[in-house]
Design a protein around this ligand. Structure first.
Ligand code: ATP
Length: 300
């Protein structure tokens, strides 16, 4: 095989709780993760590594990365390059690789865009060079790149605990129409967690109840338990988050929430046409500062 293409799907958090801080400084989380039908596309092509070594953009990993998303690093700061390097360290395969990233997932948005690209790269390298790594092995390697990478290898509906790497696969969440809106604001995940640490009281969402609702195929039970402890923190820096949620709620969403550390917001709708109308309203509202929006659905 000389070329390989793969979709890298984004996630949202139906529930996100922070239980505390671990001695190593990481936060202990409890999250319900859900893959959504928004994806980047990665194209992998084997190359002659010696020739690539002459390319100034090419790091020690023998990877040349291109993308249509201008603002992303193309060197070893990109999680795609980190994933190639990790696979090379682990399996020592020879030969270079060219990777093209077509970016659709909002960047720095709480949708695990970088992590899912890294997960797709672990898989892509595994396939292209026929390395025979199991999913478990790719997940084990993935956590060295980032806490969300093992989940991105797994995909679907899952409970994530620990720093996000302890995964329990759940039954596929009940289907619905989903409106996803990314405002044109950047939030730093680090700053959001720092501000959370400074808070005296945290209102914890009912993650166990949500897991039970998913196992029972109870969409209303899921919707009534949507909750994200990071949302009140991000809203302070980004009022567009509450503005978007308010419009979603008044325009027919059954429930809405911010994903991850934000600022992306999603709304759950019974009907795609209603979601589409809500999208239009939100896009026309200047205070929502919409950068990207999608009417989409869950992926198992
Ligand atoms: P998470 O939900 O895991 O917090 P996110 O959606 O908030 O992720 P990303 O889109 O992964 O954030 O991007 C965060 C930063 O990571 C970006 O500012 C970007 O410079 C860097 N980055 C490195 N590689 C990638 C990649 N392949 N795609 C997107 N961002 C990347």
């Amino acid at each position: 095989m000389n070329t390989y293409k793969r979709k890298a799907y984004a996630k949202i958090n139906l529930g996100l709780d922070v239980l505390g801080r671990l001695p190593n400084g990481y936060h202990e989380v409890k999250m319900v993760m859900q893959t959504v039908d928004i994806w980047d596309e990665l194209t992998f092509q084997k190359t002659n590594r010696e020739a690539d070594d002459a390319d100034p953009k090419n790091g020690a990993a023998g990877v040349v990365l291109t993308t249509d998303a201008g603002e992303l690093p193309l060197d070893q700061d990109n999680l795609i390059c980190k994933a190639v390097m990790l696979m090379r360290e682990e399996y020592g395969f020879s030969g270079g690789v060219k990777i093209h990233l077509q970016k659709n997932i909002p960047i720095a948005a709480g949708m695990a865009g970088g992590s899912t690209d890294a997960a797709a790269t672990l898989r892509g390298i595994n396939e292209l060079f026929e390395l025979g790594a199991s999913d478990e092995k790719l997940m084990e390697l993935g956590v060295r790149i980032g806490a969300d990478v093992p989940y991105c290898v797994m995909g679907g509906t899952a409970l994530a605990e620990g720093i996000g790497e302890k995964l329990t696969r759940l039954k596929a969440a009940p289907q619905c129409s989903l409106l996803v809106v990314k405002p044109d604001v950047n939030v730093s995940t680090k700053d959001v967690y720092r501000a959370l640490d400074a808070q005296e009281e945290i209102l914890h969402p009912d993650i166990d109840g949500m897991v039970a609702a998913i196992q029972k195929d109870d969409l209303d039970g899921v919707i009534s338990r949507l909750g994200n402890v990071l949302e009140p923190v991000t809203v302070q820096q980004c009022p567009a988050v509450s503005r978007i949620r308010n419009i979603m709620d008044t325009q027919g969403a059954d429930g809405s929430l911010m994903s991850g550390s934000g600022p992306t917001v999603f709304g759950i709708f019974a009907d795609a046409d209603v979601a589409e109308r809500a999208r239009k309203q939100i896009c026309e509202d200047e205070a929502c500062r919409v950068k990207q929006s999608f009417v989409t659905c869950f992926v198992d």
